[in-house]
Design a protein around this ligand. Structure first.
Ligand code: GCU
Length: 663
């Protein structure tokens, strides 16, 4: 399959003030050999300077008189950090480790390409989050769970693929500072269970070596019941000596064969996957057994908190899926070994367009924690609708948990500032596939790019990240930049407006989760209800209801518990509300539903109208691909608007104040 270079396309020419005299590149180490990371950094700079500026960088021992770039390994800089600066026309990239040098090289290339002059350049950057990870949900048959951009480029027909595309993937991923990648789906079945055996380890090693050259640790998802499913034991009880011994031997094998392996990601006792519950054991028992086995090799165990009862009865108003992550894990706080990290979705349900922040953030104080977001747009338009998610992730990161008086935001927690942790960070469910443009929708690449940049530098604004991505992808052009920036920054709000209202979520077609179906999940077993009747809508999660609101620290608990104080955008998540209830905006709930659905469609229309003016300005291929997506989005947004409005008009019997057409 052919593939493009996304934001690393160096064929577009640019000029860069201060680059005119640059001819050479040299490396100063502290006597050690140049490793793959440094070699790849040099290669990347050579490729970029040649492509963009027409400058052939010659490697030399010392810069001497000639102007050039010097990669310098020094002491005293935080790992992975870099200092890029100009002095008398010479550019220095300084770091304590070769990963920092590689990141510095990508930074310099970014500066050149976004049009910043090199004179006076002085950037010191250190990543805020220790782990910056992608989770691919790729299956070994080549399909991708919740994949919207083609097939897997890691697997095909139960084989592991290692080719040119793998290298480009690693370059793209490293260029935004991502340092860990899980290659296979969290739902580990069939062939994927065998990834930790002789059958695949040679290929896993090959892949991990390419990753290592770009500072990326390879991780694999693990089948908790592997000892049974591989036919070796009849139990996976974490307290059984046989089982513990089996895992120790297996980890020894895997880490010896794949020394750059970072560790494992585990989905246990969740949506039918096996786990320690079968043996009456806790998640801590399960995670610690694996952690103990992986510890001698520096391996990490990332254990997911997405655990809930997926066999609920809709008539049961007490069981609350939103509570389940908290209820399952809060009591285990402090019981996990230091190389275990709990991976927690941003919200308590499942990557909806709007959810409150997961109450485990700020609920646990003695456990390593990692934030999981989803850039695969499962519930946010499946990469057919434009939905730039960085503004949402920023809101999550800025959320104050009040777990202590200061340094208490989600960002503080997952950066390790709150509890002094080093095993923490942020993971995103990836949105890539083997489509030529990697992400199906060309503009969905902004989420991949943006996720990495955000995890490295969370202080960047969503606009700054978007602007970088636009310039790197489409070059510097005022109209392109203004248009695409407007579209990106409007897209999440627009999507929220024309889909499910006020934080209630879902209302999608079951299974594939695309398109409106208000009652699609209303009477099923998944615990995802909106509880609409002819009087009102919403789930009572206050103290009179499921009590979920009280899981937060004060003052959040009191705010969410009280319908008068609860923010509008989350009102229906926390309360069952009459259609005639006045929101803080002054509108009734029902009028809000009508207005936002009409407004959301108008927003899409405006986005698309502005986009169409880029014909002849954007390169034709991506332009046409996007026209196709935006034409669909326009139509599909109308379907959402009309289905939602019609449903609530018929339920409530209340007309739209503005007399617009509702079916
Ligand atoms: C969602 C998604 C599943 C996925 C699950 C998970 O429910 O629809 O496909 O397996 O999340 O995060 O494990």
């Amino acid at each position: 399959m052919e593939f493009e270079q996304a934001w690393l396309d160096y064929t577009k020419k640019a000029s860069c003030k201060g680059s005119e005299d640059i001819k050479y590149i040299c490396v100063k180490t502290r006597g050690e050999e140049q490793d793959e990371l440094i070699k790849n950094g040099i290669l990347e700079l050579q490729r970029a300077f040649a492509g963009i500026l027409g400058i052939e960088l010659t490697v030399c021992q010392n810069l001497g008189e000639g102007h050039g770039i010097c990669l310098t390994l020094t002491e005293g800089i935080q790992t992975e950090a870099y200092h890029v600066y100009e002095n008398k026309g010479e550019i220095t990239i300084e770091a304590s480790d070769s990963k920092g040098i590689l990141y510095g090289a990508f930074e310099l290339i970014r500066q050149v390409r976004i049009g910043n002059p090199l004179g006076g350049l002085d950037l010191f950057k250190a990543p805020k989050m220790p782990m910056r990870m992608l989770n691919h949900w790729d299956n070994m048959d080549g399909s991708i769970e919740r994949g919207y951009s083609g097939e897997s480029f890691f697997f095909k027909q139960d084989r592991i693929l290692v080719d040119e595309r793998t290298v480009t993937y690693a370059r793209l991923t490293a260029s935004v500072g991502i340092n860990a990648v899980v290659i296979n789906n969290v739902n580990v079945k069939d062939a994927a269970t065998w990834l930790i055996t002789e059958r695949y380890l040679d290929k896993v090693k090959e892949l991990s070596d390419i990753f290592a050259g770009y500072g990326i640790k390879l991780y694999m998802s693990l089948n908790y019941a592997a000892p049974i499913e591989l036919g070796e034991l009849d139990s996976a009880d974490p307290l059984s000596e046989d089982v513990r011994g089996w895992w120790k031997r297996q980890m020894e094998l895997v880490f010896n064969r794949v020394p750059n392996l970072g560790g494992f990601l585990i989905k246990a006792d969740s949506e039918g996957r096996p786990g320690p519950f079968t043996y009456g054991r806790t998640h801590a028992d399960g995670a610690n057994m694996l952690a103990e086995a992986a510890a001698p090799y520096g391996g990490k165990i990332i254990w997911r908190c997405f655990v809930y009862n997926c066999q609920q009865d809709w008539r049961d108003y007490k069981t609350d899926r939103a509570r389940s992550g908290y209820d399952n894990f809060k009591g285990l706080d402090g019981e996990f070994l230091d190389n275990v990290i709990l991976q927690i979705k941003n919200g308590p349900m499942d990557f909806q367009v709007r959810e409150p922040v997961h109450p485990l953030f700020g609920g646990m104080t003695q456990t390593n924690q990692m934030l999981e977001v989803q850039i695969a747009q499962e519930y946010t338009g499946q990469q057919r609708h434009l939905c730039y998610l960085i503004p949402m992730f920023k809101e999550v990161l800025k959320f104050r948990t009040y777990v202590q008086e200061q340094d208490d935001t989600v960002e503080d927690i997952v950066s390790g500032r709150t509890f002094g942790q080093h095993n923490c960070g942020m993971a995103a469910v990836a949105n890539t596939g083997d489509d030529a443009n990697w992400t199906g929708h060309d503009m969905a690449a902004a989420n991949w790019y943006g996720f990495g940049r955000l995890a490295f530098e969370p202080e960047l604004s969503a606009e700054e990240i978007a602007k970088e991505w636009i310039r790197l992808t489409f070059g510097i052009d005022k109209q392109v930049e203004e248009t695409l920036l407007f579209m990106l920054m409007t897209s999440w709000k627009a999507y929220e407006e024309y889909t499910s209202p006020l934080g209630i979520g879902w209302m999608v077609n079951p299974n594939y989760h695309y398109g409106p179906s208000v009652d699609g999940y209303e009477y099923s077993r998944w615990g995802t209800y909106h509880r609409a009747d002819h009087m009102g809508i919403g789930v009572d999660r206050s103290r009179e209801g499921t009590g979920y609101a009280l899981l937060y620290n004060e003052p959040n608990a009191s705010v969410y518990d009280d319908k008068e104080k609860c923010p509008d955008e989350l009102l229906l998540f926390f309360h069952h509300i009459p259609y005639t209830w006045k929101l803080k905006s002054g509108k009734t709930v029902i009028q809000h539903i009508y207005d936002t659905h009409f407004d959301g469609v108008d927003m899409v229309d405006e986005m698309v109208e502005r986009f169409m003016k880029l014909e002849g300005i954007l390169p034709q291929k991506p332009y046409l691909r996007m026209v196709e997506r935006f034409t669909h989005q326009k139509e599909h947004a109308r379907e959402w608007r009309d289905q939602i409005n019609a449903y609530f008009y018929r339920k409530s019997g209340i007309s739209d104040e503005k007399g617009r057409e509702i079916y």
